[in-house]
Ligand binder design. Structure first.
Ligand SMILES: [Zn+2]
Ligand SMILES: [Zn+2]
Length: 86
């Protein structure tokens, strides 16, 4: 199928369509599709191209990142009241 890549604008004769939430995207390669559509890990900012983990509406690439972020948020909220103590 001939078309213009939604990510890089390349006019290519072997583009493919990915349908996501009733929207259609056209790409010339998987790299462009990943760049444009893959979710990003909340903790390490990696593109998630395998199965992702969703906790509290946040998306993570693996259990390790989810746990790290949880620990980080916990210590952050624990430290907050201290900063406002006079
Ligand atoms: Zn492209
Ligand atoms: Zn991660």
């Amino acid at each position: 199928m001939v078309g213009v890549c939604d990510n890089c604008g390349n006019n290519y004769d072997k583009t493919f369509v990915i349908r996501l939430k009733n929207k259609e995207f056209l790409f010339d390669c998987f790299e462009c599709a990943i760049h444009k559509l893959a979710p990003v890990c909340t903790h390490c900012n990696s593109k998630i191209i395998g199965h992702s983990i969703e906790i509290d509406n946040m998306t993570y690439c693996c259990n390790h990142c989810a746990n790290q972020e949880k620990a980080h948020r916990k210590s952050f909220s624990n430290n907050l009241p201290l900063q406002f103590t006079f």
